[in-house]
Write a protein that binds this ligand. Structure first.
Ligand code: ADP
Length: 551
């Protein structure tokens, strides 16, 4: 009736009785269209780089700048023609948004019919590029000749951030999203459209992992949401990200990236909104048929914003003061990930993979945000600071990390990479698990208590850790490893293990085996170039020859 509730996304200082109120007639929405890429937005899609040019370093109160530039012209090329029948989600034209990405202009949800006009040319996002007339029906129950309304189509769509964008069908997570990072791809892989979570104690290499995934993951669009981190950390992201290069094209990575930045001193409501703003933009690119990777850092800060808002609304607090609906909100957020058949009459497939970082206070994983996140995500990359102190990078603990996609992607791996790869991974994991047991024994009674077999297991486990899992993000050849190379590297280590086991049976000591010169070659396999993979196979022969020599 005459009451309205107002959601304020900005500083409320100074607001009081007597202030004029203007309705927007819609919930918080984002603008979707050409111009999203290369942008740096705040939590409610205000372009920060444009604001800085307008008013300097601080956003002044009440400043509104539209998310998409109203004056810039884009060249629109129709892919449909007059007279074509289209439905929601159909692509009617394209805009070359950046050198890397072709932006598809789609019929907005809720509109279908016949194209009565469409034109090529340079337009702003608000100018009409086509008109669609809804079908005329002669249904007996409807008034005669209903329909026939004309909907003008522009390149700009608006969408309320909290409502997931519609799609036709969700597909099972059967295709892996390779990242070129060995520990991830082999031991805790993520699927296209999957969800993952990683905690990041300070200095554990979280930023490096995020950059590596943005650069190398098998995704076309990168969305990065910096949520509630301190200003100086966010500054690092904003300075470093635009300097990253897309390794495949050599172009700046920003040409296929959207950044959302929300520091801890920005209003909490905007921080709460930022993850939704980000994921809505990500879904929009997914709808075009792209593979999108979204990273949110950190979802703990987002949950804290929720807690603050809930407190002010005087809601009943749940665990540790978080609202009782914390679990639902977290689940709803990750639920928006997925590989889908998009709307539209053609068979387009897009995927949205969501990777959330959590930063629980004191690194305590029993924190409600972490626990509720782990309940919904399927992959956990346990970044640990003690590994980073030992300079073992990526500092992902191989024993406590896991992936629940290993089974669903097995078929794909067996068909496309190698039939025996899942088995190799399983055997390697067994060796690493055995190592942690043996280390405990060594700690209690010393290495002399171990049999030759066990000592060999320790040696091979060391090789898996140092020669395979350890990966230097700053080495030109080591920074990315294709699946073919990862397979060959792991196979080589296990080949050595088999041969060494036989040798030990014949009475050769592990000490002698571990001094063989081919071990050096195995360790350097990571530096073999991607186009010289046969060199790795060559090492197997050297292993045979050297072991023969020991007998
Ligand atoms: P965090 O963001 O967790 O505080 P960073 O990502 O900044 O930590 O990493 C800290 C340092 O660790 C980096 O400056 C880098 O020297 C080192 N490091 C992290 N990951 C790797 C890696 N994969 N390879 C080599 N060095 C790494």
């Amino acid at each position: 009736e005459d009451r309205a509730s107002i959601q304020v996304y900005e500083e409320t200082g100074g607001v009081g009785p007597g202030e004029p109120v203007e309705p927007t007639y819609e919930p918080l929405s984002v603008e979707l269209g050409p111009g999203l890429l290369e942008s740096i937005y705040d939590g409610i899609q205000r372009p920060l780089n444009i604001i800085r040019d307008m008013v300097g370093n601080n956003i002044t109160r009440g400043l509104t700048v539209p998310g998409l530039d109203r004056n810039r012209k884009w060249h629109f090329t129709p892919t449909k023609k007059k007279g074509d029948i289209v439905e929601e989600g159909d692509v009617i034209g394209e805009v070359q948004e950046t050198v890397l990405i072709n932006h598809k202009i789609m019929v907005p949800p809720g509109i279908k019919g016949e194209i009565v006009s469409i034109k090529e040319g340079d337009f702003t996002v608000e100018e009409e590029v086509a008109v669609i007339q809804s079908p005329i029906t002669n249904h007996p129950r409807l008034p005669k000749r209903s329909g026939g309304q004309e909907s003008p189509i522009t390149m700009l769509q608006r969408w309320p951030v909290r409502r997931p964008r519609p799609y036709k069908e969700k597909l099972p997570p059967e295709i892996p999203m390779f990242t070129g990072q060995r520990i991830i791809d082999m031991f805790c892989p993520i699927a296209q459209g999957g969800t993952a979570c990683c905690p990041g104690p300070f200095g554990s290499g979280k930023t490096v992992i995020q950059h590596q995934i943005s650069k190398w993951a098998d995704a076309e669009i990168v969305l990065f949401i910096g949520c509630g981190e301190r200003g100086n950390e966010m500054t690092d992201v904003l300075i470093e990200f635009p300097e990253l290069k897309d390794p495949k094209s050599g172009e700046p990575l920003m040409k296929r990236t959207v950044l959302i930045a929300n520091t801890s001193n920005m209003p909490v409501a905007a921080r709460d909104a930022s993850v939704y703003t980000g994921i809505t933009i990500a879904e929009y690119f997914r709808d075009m048929g792209y593979k999108v990777a979204l990273q949110a850092d950190s979802t703990s800060r987002w949950a804290e914003a929720m807690r603050e808002i809930s407190g002010r609304l005087e809601e009943m607090p749940g665990e540790e003061g978080y609202p009782a609906y914390l679990a639902t909100r977290i689940a709803e957020f990750y639920e928006r990930a997925g590989r889908v058949k998009t709307l539209g009459s053609d068979d387009r497939e897009g995927s949205l993979t969501v990777i959330g970082a959590v930063s629980p206070p004191g690194g305590d994983l029993s924190d409600p945000v972490v626990q509720n996140t782990l309940r919904v995500v399927k992959v956990f990359w346990s970044l640990e600071d003690w590994l980073a102190y030992q300079r073992h990078f990526p500092a992902i603990n191989w024993l406590s990390s896991y992936s629940l996609y290993s089974d669903s992607i097995r078929d794909y791996i067996e068909k496309n990479i190698a039939k025996d790869l899942p088995l190799l991974v399983k055997d390697s994991m067994k060796i690493l698990e055995k190592e942690s047991e043996l280390k405990e024994i060594v700690r209690l009674v010393g290495i002399d208590a171990l049999s030759q077999d066990d000592r060999l297991t320790l040696e091979v486990a060391r090789m898996i850790r140092e020669d395979f899992l350890h990966q230097n993000a700053f080495h030109e050849l080591d920074t990315y490893t294709s699946m073919a190379k990862q397979y060959k590297m792991l196979k080589l280590i296990l080949y050595f293990y088999e041969k060494a086991k036989e040798a030990v049976k014949k009475g050769i000591s592990v000490e002698a085996l571990s001094k063989m010169s081919c071990l050096e070659k195995i360790a350097k396999a990571k530096y073999v170039a991607e186009d010289k993979l046969e060199d790795i196979e060559g090492i197997e022969k050297e292993i045979d020859k050297e072991i023969e020599g020991l007998k």
